[in-house]
Unconditional design. Structure first.
Length: 75
């Protein structure tokens, strides 16, 4: 990765509040600030639970339908 590309990525992370940068002369020290990721984690956790529940219901309904269909074919 070129220096320009790395600098662009670091600036994007910094503007998103995910890293803190400290400049010491020509050296740039970067520290991760995971705090802003907490809201993204909460959002993802909510939808993981939501879709897991919905897909479990769908799975159950499809299995019940398949069982009814196979019983009907046996008659």
């Amino acid at each position: 990765m070129s220096l320009a590309a790395a600098s662009k990525h670091i600036k994007a992370l910094e503007s998103a509040g995910l890293i803190q940068r400290e400049v010491r002369g020509r050296t740039h020290l970067c520290r991760l600030d995971p705090g802003p990721l907490a809201s993204a984690h909460e959002w993802l956790d909510f939808y993981e639970q939501f879709w897991t529940h919905r897909l479990s219901i769908l799975d159950r309904l499809l299995r019940e339908d398949a069982a009814k269909t196979s019983k009907g074919e046996d008659l």
